[in-house]
Design a protein around this ligand. Structure first.
Ligand SMILES: [Zn+2]
Length: 319
């Protein structure tokens, strides 16, 4: 009956949850606009909410946190998080102290999402898969031979948005040439929607003027569903670098599934179809005919579920 408290710590909010026996018992959202003493403040709130809901904090088997940053998985230190302003922040140590619990698991949020989708949503099948999250940037994580991939050298994977030289349109803020992030992220797609929307005489242009240029993917969801040629073309071009990156993974590792998460994944099947069409150009038929591409299913609690299940699986190995 594993009981746990989990934090999915993002740039603007922390999605917090109390779990018991594979169920979410209670959740709360903590605004993280004020970056000062974030974990301390979340802990105070957690103890308060626990008391109100008759949850005994002393009975928690572990504390889990998914962080928007680069995590040293051996020490549970957040090496770097631009969004949180953390550098070499000892998250594990702090949480052990704040919650008086010796079992603390710290994961990068993209790794947590990958584990959540695989272990919970897909119930541990297939044995190997990769998840791409299209958001402000492009994050991701992989499962290989039923294990979350932590890498073998730096321990810092989960950065599929960078490297590879897959496009020549936009310079990435990381300094490398041709990263998929500036083009295939939700931010990249929306920038293109605005750029083309401002000149469009079609339905996209109409929505662009109605919104005074403040156009987001959700605003053109119906155009995607109805197959609007101009909008579909934007998605095809934006997702081309992502498809190239996926093709390399497939040929190298023979993964059987690619999961797409983040805001654009709410477009569902039409988005998957666009990626599949693109992949036809980049994946050998033997691989192509057997690969599954699908959208992430766990929604905004994916980070919480991922670190909860990861904690359970690691507690079991420990015992
Ligand atoms: Zn980059």
């Amino acid at each position: 009956m594993p009981k746990a408290f989990t934090i999915d710590l993002g740039a603007t909010t922390a999605k917090c949850a109390f779990f018991e026996n594979m169920k979410i018992k209670q959740t709360f959202i903590f605004k993280t606009i004020n970056k000062d003493k974030i974990l301390e403040n979340i802990a105070v709130e957690a103890f308060k909410i626990a008391k109100e809901n008759n949850i005994n904090m002393n009975e928690l088997d572990f504390i889990g946190i998914a962080v928007c940053g680069i995590v040293d998985n051996k020490t549970g230190t957040v090496i770097y998080s631009t969004n949180l302003g953390w550098k070499n922040y000892p998250a594990k140590k702090e949480l052990m102290k704040l919650f008086n619990n010796k079992n603390v698991y710290v994961l990068n949020d993209a790794k947590s999402a990958a584990y959540g989708e695989w272990a919970i949503s897909l119930k541990g099948k297939p044995d190997s898969m990769a998840l791409f999250t299209l958001g402000t940037g492009v994050g991701g994580g992989a499962i290989f031979d039923r294990k979350l991939v932590f890498g073998d050298n730096t321990g810092l994977p989960s950065e599929p948005g960078h490297g590879g030289g897959f496009q020549s349109e936009c310079q990435c803020s990381c300094g490398l040439i041709g990263c998929i992030e500036p083009v295939s992220s939700a931010t990249g797609i929306e920038r293109k929607l605005r750029e083309i929307g401002s000149k469009s005489t079609g339905p996209l242009g109409k929505i662009y003027s109605q919104l005074n240029g403040d156009i987001h993917i959700i605003d053109i969801a119906d155009l995607v569903k109805n197959g609007d040629k101009e909008v579909i073309k934007i998605f095809e071009n934006s997702l081309e670098p992502l498809a190239k990156c996926i093709s390399v993974l497939i040929h190298f590792f023979d993964l059987s599934m690619i999961v797409i998460g983040g805001g654009p994944s709410n477009l569902g099947e039409p988005l998957i179809q666009i990626i599949k069409e693109k992949l036809k150009n980049y994946v050998l038929p033997d691989f192509y005919s057997r690969i599954t591409i699908r959208t992430a299913q766990l929604g905004n609690m994916v980070g919480a579920w991922g670190v909860y299940k990861y904690g359970i699986d690691n507690l079991i190995t420990k015992k």
